[in-house]
Design a protein. Structure first.
Length: 92
């Protein structure tokens, strides 16, 4: 289960970061062990409360494995950074 997040993005031309704890109260009904679903729900919640931000990457801390999983927003979906293709012109 993911317990902490750091979202990286841009607002206008300025880099921006948002971080915090992931809890059942913050994202009720969301499977916090599924990275892309967790990030989508988190981004949706933040869009409801903040100005327009283009989120590009997210680091999720996994409590069970005691590690960080890195995700990027690629072709309109969140994927693990390690699964990203080497060439950006490939459509995965």
């Amino acid at each position: 289960m993911y317990i902490y997040y750091i979202l990286h993005g841009t607002q206008g031309d300025q880099p921006i970061e948002q971080e915090g704890d992931l809890t059942e109260e913050l994202l009720p009904g969301i499977d916090l062990s599924d990275g892309p679903i967790t990030i989508n729900a988190l981004v949706q919640k933040l869009q409801d409360t903040a100005d327009t931000v283009a989120w590009e990457a997210c680091d999720l801390t996994n409590d069970f494995f005691d590690r960080e999983d890195n995700y990027i927003y690629f072709h309109n979906r969140w994927i693990r950074r390690s699964d990203a293709p080497w060439r950006k012109d490939r459509n995965n």
